[in-house]
Design a protein around this ligand. Structure first.
Ligand code: GLN
Length: 538
């Protein structure tokens, strides 16, 4: 396959796999659409609306879904698609902008709506055809639109409406074309999964062959074929992605794999030892494990540096340098493993449309600091929740697989201002106490109530503010740091609300931190949502 880009290679590899294609018009939820389809056990990829129709055809999709988008399709320059897209004989489902566009391209009319709809809206289903099979006659759906379908395209019939929107859904079952004004991919659409599942199974006739166990089996085979008796190097961070990638590789090629774990001294409490316990010589896997204790080097480089971006850069660069030195000791390797996952691909603009916004460290720029022939990205097709499922399937301990997200620069960005070994110790201890208490409270809630605690945060950690204040302890004046407790509820980490951890739990955390962590005399709770805040402090 000489000369083909990675994306094209991906396309060829996937041709044999039953695939639904999501065409991205820049909507907020495009990744969510693909995830939901995969939750139906159907493989799904996202491509920009600018992708050549010929390429789409070559991929031989079982179905196509057009996403929402910010444009108004009747405005000049708006994102569009060719009418031929609807003539390939492939079922198409348009969502919101995608629905409007389908109607307009096929001869209907889209206009500014007299009443815009936003939020949960009751939708009346008029015709329980394939798409709405087993869906209630009145069903709550998530709407977010200013425009509306004023007139459906010839050959279509209306199959759902709302109080303000005459066309909430339209269909041409003979041509297998479906348009819905709301967002079935958003969980607020109560029966959205049923509709998407109806589309992929009833309309597209998918078999549902996208399963974790077959992914694992297939990947192991692909890796073996690709690597042969070559040598493979992997940078292990202890995070979910690199851990799962490493185990997958080790299952496939055993001791041909060397993992280098750089302990930059900015990990959570005991994390370095935990990683070593799992992957090191005492652990469960057949691989070469090298731990580099580079703490001092990192602290030295970070001394006196306060600016967050500069800290990030220093940590990133030093990481590469350490890794490079280790790699040199190993000599030439044939393959380098990267823990790239599908959102990285999409967000780097290689897949979808909304993407071009941010470049990602995992994708594109191949590191030139290590002597290797080729890169292996075994998780490149997977969403995060799928990576976790693969991890469990591979038998990786649950506490590792379900680890909270942790930034690459680690505690370096959870210590506001200058990083010192003393501050690292303080934040590690406070964070460990906080996580322990929240976990304990969540577990006892389940025991007592029989359900998960509604306040259980999706991410929670302690960060060290750079503020010192006066306190009194044991009748003596103190002048110590304030720690900030962060806890958020989020579905996708794009937006987040602060979690309502019970007061008593927070007070318990506060007491323990003040009593047990030297250097802290004040504990604060961060209430900020995202936006305007970010989840991390720096
Ligand atoms: N921009 C279009 C509208 O306002 C579509 C919105 C969407 O796709 N969510 O109606």
């Amino acid at each position: 396959m000489l000369g083909k880009t990675d994306k094209e290679k991906g396309m060829v590899e996937n041709m044999s796999r039953e695939t639904v294609i999501v065409i991205d018009f820049g909507g907020q939820y495009n990744q969510l659409v693909a995830r939901r389809v995969r939750e139906c056990n159907v493989y799904c990829e996202i491509y920009s609306y600018k992708t050549d129709l010929e390429k789409i055809r070559e991929m031989n999709p079982k179905g196509i879904i057009l996403t929402g988008g910010p444009n108004s399709c009747y405005e000049p320059g708006a994102a569009t698609c060719s009418p031929e897209l609807f003539e390939m004989g492939v079922p198409v489902l348009g969502l919101c902008y995608g629905a409007q566009l389908m109607m307009q391209v096929l001869g209907g009319k889209v206009e500014k709506a007299p009443v815009r709809e936003y939020g949960k809206i009751e939708v009346m289903v008029d015709n329980h055809s394939a798409l709405f099979q087993n869906v209630s006659p009145k069903t709550v759906c998530w709407m977010s639109h200013n425009d509306y379908i004023a007139q459906i395209a010839p050959g279509f019939g209306i199959c759902a409406h709302t109080a303000d929107c005459p066309v909430a859904a339209a269909e041409n079952p003979d041509r297998k074309l479906y348009a819905i004004q709301f967002h079935p991919e958003v969980l607020h659409t109560v029966e959205g999964m049923k509709m998407l599942s109806n589309f992929v199974y009833q309309v597209c006739g998918c078999a549902g062959d996208w399963k974790v166990d077959s992914f694992v089996k297939q990947s192991i085979e692909t890796i073996r074929n690709k690597v042969g008796d070559g040598r493979v190097l992997c940078a292990l961070s202890g995070g979910v992605d690199s851990s799962v990638a490493a185990v997958l590789l080790s299952k496939a090629i055993g001791s041909q794999l060397t993992c280098v774990f750089v302990d930059h001294g900015l990990l959570r409490k005991n994390e370095g030892d935990e990683v070593e316990a799992v992957f090191g010589p005492e652990g469960n896997y057949d691989l070469h494990f090298i731990r580099v204790n580079a703490q001092e080097r990192f602290y030295e480089k970070l001394a006196g540096v306060e600016e967050p971006e500069q800290k990030r850069k220093i940590i990133g660069e030093e990481f590469i340098r350490v890794f490079e030195e280790e790699a040199k000791k190993i000599g030439t390797v044939d393959f380098l493993v990267q823990g790239t996952i599908y959102p990285d691909v999409v967000e780097s603009g290689l897949g979808g449309e909304s993407a071009v916004i941010k470049s990602h460290h995992n994708v594109g720029g191949l590191p030139d600091y290590v002597d290797f022939k080729e890169i292996i990205e075994p998780l490149r097709d997977l969403f995060k929740d799928e990576v976790r499922k693969v991890g469990l399937e591979l038998g990786i301990p649950e506490y590792l697989v379900n680890r909270q997200p942790f930034p690459g620069p680690g505690l370096g960005v959870r210590i506001v201002g200058e990083v010192t070994d003393e501050k690292v110790r303080i934040v590690q201890d406070a964070d460990a106490i906080y996580r322990e208490e929240v976990d304990r409270a969540a577990v006892s809630y389940v025991k007592e109530q029989g359900t998960a605690a509604p306040w259980k945060p999706d991410q929670y950690f302690a960060a060290l503010t750079n503020m010192r204040s006066v306190g009194v302890m044991g009748d003596e004046r103190t002048y110590d740091y304030a720690v900030a407790l962060r806890a958020v509820k989020t579905i996708d980490f794009m937006t987040a609300e602060s979690a309502e951890i019970p007061w008593a739990v927070l007070q318990g955390v506060m007491n323990r931190i003040i009593n047990e962590v030297k250097g802290i005399n004040r504990v604060m709770y961060d209430l900020t949502s995202k936006p305007p805040g970010t989840i991390e402090l720096e």
